[in-house]
Design a protein around this ligand. Structure first.
Ligand SMILES: Cc1cc2nc3c(=O)[nH]c(=O)nc-3n(C[C@H](O)[C@H](O)[C@H](O)COP(=O)(O)OP(=O)(O)OC[C@H]3O[C@@H](n4cnc5c(N)ncnc54)[C@H](O)[C@@H]3O)c2cc1C
Length: 432
């Protein structure tokens, strides 16, 4: 089937944020949508492992049906597939520096937890919902350029690698900012060239000293290991729980391989991971060893934000709108990117509707939306940068300062008001 030749809204990219935008627009009564993706099938790498409370809270659109199991017709409803992550512990070796308790958020949200769910399942749930609504994701269609069309600047002409062309009044999401003249530049705020992270699944080790319903981050002289457990229902073979680990790679090791093997990962764990994940009986009285890797990958992380989230067509009746990773990216630490991007997408629905139906070419709506979303992204970037600074502090080089800093964390981390404050910040509730 060939692509439609024109549409009101073109969504470029059917990742979680593009799909959330399609759900939100559809819910607002905007049905003239085309959603395209360059890939033949959805990504199968499970990058995001948690959805934050603020994103579960967002209402007024079909995304809510992807979340709930009771009201949902979606078989992969997130609350039934995922597990409730109640704590996020920060460890220095075996000892706690800080333990965040999401249950302290119960006065503020119906979801006092972070929902542990692989991104693949989140995307599968949204895809199923789109399918039920009759919204097709067009694949593989890679956008290669976007420019104002010859219709007095009322719309864009979007070209695809396949040679197809779509005329669209609004184009949202868009991963190819650099090739779009009227789209905005981005500001690179920080890069972590020497901190690639690897993620993978492993089957349950026989003994575990880390809480089941939590995520833990262990620091070790400038390196960190993030560890989470997923229940069997969320695992690829559905027979046993799986573990998910993301960790930094020591600078001396060079770049991690593209798809790290069990041996490579185990060697990293033995050197920089928490003692409870070590295969060395000298370190771990209950040595454990990865016996099967479901998938593994490596990522380089950096922080960057688009200078503006929207650019109008020349006559102001259409616009390019950036959401999700096209608008902001940062370290995955703290599990914020997708959650924030989905909220960007959902908030765009009513704004776009108001622009189309109520106020025509009033770009003030987009300006206000863009500035408030950008502010939220800046705050999340600040949070992830601060967390990265703490967990990658080189203990040997800066020993007295790091020891003092950790002592302060350990002391204040015992108080509920501190735990609540950290949980609130991570949950995104302050910046829905
Ligand atoms: C290791 C890791 C762990 C993470 N953990 C978390 C977490 O726990 N919680 C959290 O909230 N976030 C997390 N994130 C971040 C999260 O994965 C991203 O924020 C999220 O995937 C962004 O979704 P998106 O839809 O904006 O973009 P993407 O998921 O990148 O999707 C973009 C889509 O656009 C398509 N595309 C690109 N260019 C074109 C083109 N020219 N034409 C057509 N299609 C195109 C791509 O094929 C892709 O399908 C993590 C990230 C990493 C790397």
């Amino acid at each position: 089937m060939s692509l439609p030749q024109q549409t009101t809204v073109l969504i470029v990219g059917a990742g979680p944020c593009g799909m959330a935008a399609a759900l939100s627009l559809n819910h607002q009564g905007i049905h003239d949508i085309v959603i395209v993706d360059a890939l033949l099938a959805g990504e199968n790498s499970s990058r995001a492992m948690v959805i934050q409370a603020a994103t579960l809270e967002v209402r007024r659109h079909y995304f809510v049906e992807c979340v709930h199991s009771t009201t949902s017709t979606v078989s992969t409803a997130f609350l039934s597939v995922g597990n409730k992550v109640e704590t996020l512990g920060l460890h220095d070796g075996p000892s706690y520096l800080l333990s965040t308790d999401f249950s302290l958020l119960s006065p503020y949200t119906k979801f006092p937890f972070a929902l542990g769910i692989p991104q693949t399942k989140t995307e599968a749930g949204m895809l199923e919902k789109l399918d039920q609504l009759g919204i097709k994701v067009w694949r593989p269609f890679k956008v290669v350029s976007l420019k104002p069309s010859q219709d007095e600047g009322r719309s864009f002409e979007v070209r695809f690698e396949s040679g197809d062309i779509i005329k669209a009044r609004f184009a949202a999401k868009l991963e190819l900012r650099s090739r779009i003249p009227m789209a905005t530049n981005s500001t690179i705020m920080e890069t972590f060239p020497s901190w690639p992270s690897a993620t993978w699944h492993l089957p349950p080790p026989p003994q575990f000293a880390i809480p089941n319903q939590g995520v833990s981050i262990t620091v070790s002289d400038g390196n960190f290991t993030l560890f989470a457990r997923f229940p069997a229902k969320a695992s690829p073979d559905k027979t046993r729980p799986v573990y998910r680990i993301a960790c930094s790679v020591p600078v001396a090791d060079g770049t991690a391989p593209h798809a790290p093997s069990a041996e490579y990962l185990q060697s990293l764990l033995d050197r920089v991971g928490p003692p409870a994940l070590s295969s060395d009986p000298g370190i771990n009285p209950h040595p454990t060893r990865i016996d099967h890797v479901y998938w593994s990958s490596r990522y380089r992380t950096r922080s960057a934000i688009a200078d503006g989230y929207f650019a109008p067509t020349p006559n102001g009746t259409g616009a390019v709108l950036l959401i999700g990773d096209a608008a902001h990216i940062h370290s995955p630490i703290g599990g914020q990117g997708m959650s924030l991007g989905i909220r960007d997408a959902i908030s765009l629905g009513p704004v776009l509707k108001a622009h189309i139906v109520e106020s025509g070419a009033n770009n003030k709506l987009f300006e206000d939306w863009a500035s408030s979303r950008r502010q939220r992204a800046l705050s999340v970037i600040a949070l992830t940068k601060e967390t990265m600074r703490i967990i990658t502090a080189p203990q040997k080089i800066w020993s007295p300062f790091v020891t003092l800093g950790f002592a302060v964390l350990r002391f204040f981390g015992k108080f509920n008001f501190v735990k609540r404050m950290v949980a609130y910040r991570l949950s995104g509730l302050a910046e829905i």
